[in-house]
Every structure is written in C-alpha cells, then in structure tokens.
Design a protein around this ligand. Structure first.
Ligand SMILES: C[S@@+](CC[C@H](N)C(=O)[O-])C[C@H]1O[C@@H](n2cnc3c(N)ncnc32)[C@H](O)[C@@H]1O
Length: 235
C-alpha cells in the first residue's frame, strides 16, 4: 500500500497556533518535507519544531529566492518525485506550510503534481497570517457587508491603486521591497494614517507600527499592512 500526503498548515509563527490535527499527523507521519532557502533555513520547519521527533526522515525542498522565477516548476517536480519515492515505500509524508497551505502557500504546486500522479493528498488548514495580524492588533478585519481584499504588494502601481480604492478593508501581503510604493499609494488615497504595518506576527520578535515609522529598506518578508476605510471594522 502506498503512503498518503498531508499538506499541513503550521500557522503564522507561534507553535501553539498549530492545530491538534496537525500535531497528531506530524507525530504519525514518518517523513516530514518543508520549503527551505538555499542555506537550509525554513520558517515552517522552525514553527513545527516542537512537534517533529528526531526519528523522522526530513526532506527539505530548497527553493532559491534569487532566481526571480516563481513558482519554479522544475523544483516542485523534483520535490514531488522525491516525495513520491517515499510514498511508494509506504511512508506517510507531512509537507509543512507556513500559515494555511491553500492561502498563497507553495504547497498548492505540490498538491497539483502529487494528486495528478494518483497519490492521496489531504490538506490540513492552518491559522493564516491575516487572522494572526488582526488578533495581534486587536482590530477586527471586516464586518457586516464590508468587502475585504487581499492585495499582493508586487502588483503594478495602477492595479494597487484600483484594488485599494474599491474595497472597504485590505490586507497587503508580500511587502518586502515594495513597501515604499504601497505606502505612497495609501497616502494618495487618504488611507495611510489609518493603516497599520505588522511584522512577524505571533513570533517572538513581532511588532506593529504606523506606516510613517517603518524604514522601507528594513521590511522583512513576513510582514503586511492592514487597512480599513473606517480605521477598524464594525465601528
Ligand atoms: C506566500 S504568503 C503565505 C501566506 C501563508 N500561507 C498564510 O496563510 O499566512 C507570504 C506572506 O504572508 C504574510 N505573512 C506570513 N506570515 C506572517 C506573519 N507571521 N506576520 C506578518 N505577515 C505574515 C506576509 O505578507 C508574507 O509575505
């Protein structure tokens, strides 16, 4: 009998935000795969650390961030082959994913490849960074019939302007080097004063700042901006 694959959302950072189901499956699976940078650092693996026993077979999926190509089909195809070999050996495989696997998570590419090859693949939802950031701020995201939009910061400036001007609330993700451009659009739309910037939510080094206090060249990958036309939903 071949093994099964579980795409496991490990939540936004705090290991206590891993679900009971995710913890149980991490204990049960003999192989644990996870995305990692070229030097081996993996946020998903470090979040899940308290739940990964020393006897697991570990399978880092090294994803170079410098190539500028995303997603890199060859890397995911090779990772799917490596996972497939363990499945044929009857191992169950847990694939870790920061936050939720199907919310901008890299696991979706593996999901497609593994399911197409006839493997049994199950997704275990995780606490997403949006929910973590709202909870950290103590600001509800959206209420009643308000429209909330998730806006990736790498979008062209015109698209950012259009999306942000036509929604009640927004989460602007993948900020990094795009922070200053996003801040300028929010300024132009009169939304900057009410927006909040959050980095590393639920991690030890978490912090939130008004936009004017953020140093654009120090914005890390794990950061986002939450905005609401009224400042906070439900008011
Ligand atoms: C590729 S998306 C993955 C989202 C993830 N699957 C989730 O459910 O939260 C990565 C983006 O999510 C946001 N993010 C993830 N974790 C975060 C955290 N702990 N604090 C702030 N933003 C975070 C950042 O905007 C980051 O660039």
């Amino acid at each position: 009998m071949t093994g099964r694959v579980f795409g496991i959302g490990v939540g936004p950072g705090d290991p206590e935000l891993i679900t009971v189901k995710a913890a149980r499956l991490l204990d049960a699976c003999s192989v644990v795969a996870y995305p990692a940078t070229e030097d081996g650092a993996s946020m998903a693996r470090s979040i899940a650390a308290p739940y990964v026993a020393a006897n697991k077979i570990e399978l880092p999926i090294n994803i170079p961030i410098a190539t500028g190509r995303f997603p890199d089909a060859a890397i995911y195809a090779a990772a799917a082959d490596r996972i497939g070999a363990h499945l044929h050996d009857s191992h169950d495989v847990a694939v870790l994913c920061e936050g939720d696997p199907f919310f901008y998570g890299s696991f979706m590419y593996l999901y497609g490849l593994l399911a197409e090859s006839g493997h049994v693949v199950e997704v275990v939802p995780g606490v997403s960074s949006l929910m973590a950031c709202a909870a950290m701020l103590g600001h509800p995201l959206a209420a009643k019939n308000e429209v909330m939009t998730v806006v990736p910061a790498p979008l062209p400036t015109d698209a950012l302007r259009q999306r942000l001007s036509s929604t009640d609330a927004a989460a602007i993700i993948k900020l990094g080097r795009h922070f200053a451009r996003v801040r300028d659009v929010l300024d132009e739309l009169g939304l900057a004063e009410r927006a909040r910037y959050i980095q590393h939510a639920t991690m030890q080094e978490q912090k939130s700042l008004p936009l004017r206090a953020v140093e654009p060249d120090k914005v890390p990958y794990f950061s986002m901006i939450l905005t609401h036309r009224q400042g906070v939903a439900g008011q």
